[in-house]
Design a protein around this ligand. Structure first.
Ligand code: FE2
Length: 375
């Protein structure tokens, strides 16, 4: 089965003993709705499915778990492979061990009555599922994803689980791959705890400004009877995590490379791309201001990715805001660029001019002065 993504927090030692608990999950379309389990006491959607027992094959587990959690009855011949999500992390339950979960996803159909309505039998929930209030719902994929994008919890393991479910929904149905906001915020805080610094405030300022600009652009589009152009959730989360590579310590160009690889490892290719592009408004890695603290191979990799990347408005927006949001919390393009110039002794003219061009570009899209929108 093809791999959808691999979540690996690398929070373990390689020689620790490994335990595995694979699972099977169902993607069930009924008309234009999707059959999901809604945790009504927590407020999120998940695919019906669960753990594969020892000596049980995947499809048998899928049918059993779907029946238990949702009461739906999967038609065995309809089961089609979609993709597997790998998750590797230090076990919370057994200290000093690694937990690996491979979640196998399948498209499938369920048994219906003569009117084409799904036949629903009684659920059999375990105690955790009862506490969560699992119930079967038929919803539009957009509604399920939006509910999950807004899900809040202080429980990181739960946020992590919901983020993976949401990303599979987005990937399976061709939606924008947006990270739940609260998960992105938790990722930032976890990163900051590893390497405290003003990059936290900078990241938040960029995120908030990105969201405001996305909203202002959409408002202007609406006035001109055009469809929405930017997704504010995507702008916010990409802005929030553009510098996440800084969690590895005080680095220079390495923070671009590390952030890219970290978000890619979580399966968020789009946000990963922003980590890589945000420092290069001219799409040229040679004009980086700061040390080249990566290997020759890594530098080559950055250049190769840049060469084949097509910049979109999210890349441009974060490039601009990275150069607008100052360390002291103020927002001023010229001041920020002068600060950088003072710190490094130079600021390439092309990069400087490009930032002003980006400012003018977004002001035109918003029909407003940049500072009026973000200050
Ligand atoms: Fe950066």
């Amino acid at each position: 089965m093809k791999t959808l993504f691999t979540t690996d927090y690398k929070d373990y030692e390689r020689d620790w003993p490994v335990s595995r608990r694979p699972s099977a999950r169902a993607l069930i379309l009924v008309g234009d709705k999707i059959a999901l389990v809604y945790a009504k006491n927590s407020g999120y959607y998940k695919f019906p499915g669960g753990g594969i027992d020892e000596n049980e094959d995947n499809v048998t587990a899928l049918i059993r778990e779907v029946e238990e959690e949702s009461g739906l009855s999967v038609i065995p011949e309809s089961v089609e492979e979609y993709g597997v999500v790998h998750r590797i992390h230090a076990s919370e339950l057994y200290k000093g061990t690694i937990f690996i979960q491979d979640s196998y996803h399948y498209f499938c159909k369920v048994k219906t009555d003569e009117n084409g309505k799904p036949i629903i039998s009684k659920q059999t929930l375990d105690s955790y599922e009862r506490v969560e209030g699992y119930e079967l719902r038929f919803v539009s994929i957009e509604e399920a994803v939006q509910t999950n994008l807004n899900f809040k919890s202080d429980d990181f393991a739960k946020l992590d689980m919901i983020t993976r479910e949401t990303l599979v929904m987005e990937k399976a149905f061709g939606l924008l791959e947006i990270m739940p906001r609260y998960f992105a915020e938790s990722i930032l805080e976890r990163g900051v705890s590893k390497n405290p610094g003003v990059w936290r405030e900078h990241s938040i300022a960029v995120a908030q400004a990105a969201e405001k600009i996305a909203n202002a652009i959409n408002k202007s589009a609406l006035l001109h009877k055009k469809p929405k152009l930017m997704n504010p959730d995507l702008a916010y989360t990409c802005g929030l995590l553009h510098d996440i590579g800084r969690q590895n310590g005080p680095t220079y160009i390495a923070h671009v490379y590390d952030g890219y690889n970290f978000l890619k490892s979580l399966g968020f290719e789009f946000a990963a791309k922003i980590c890589l592009t945000h420092s290069f408004n001219l799409q040229n890695a040679d004009d980086y201001i700061g040390e080249r603290d990566v290997t020759t191979e890594q530098m080559q990799e950055i250049k190769s990715i840049l060469a084949i990347t097509e910049y979109d408005d999210y890349d441009r927006l974060i490039q601009l805001l990275d150069s607008v949001c100052c360390a002291d919390g103020s927002k001023d393009l010229e001041k920020r660029m002068n600060d950088v110039k003072k710190r490094y002794g130079y600021y390439p003219e092309g990069k400087w001019n490009k930032n002003f061009a980006l400012k003018a570009y977004f002001e035109k899209l918003m029909g407003k002065d940049l500072y009026e929108v973000i200050r």
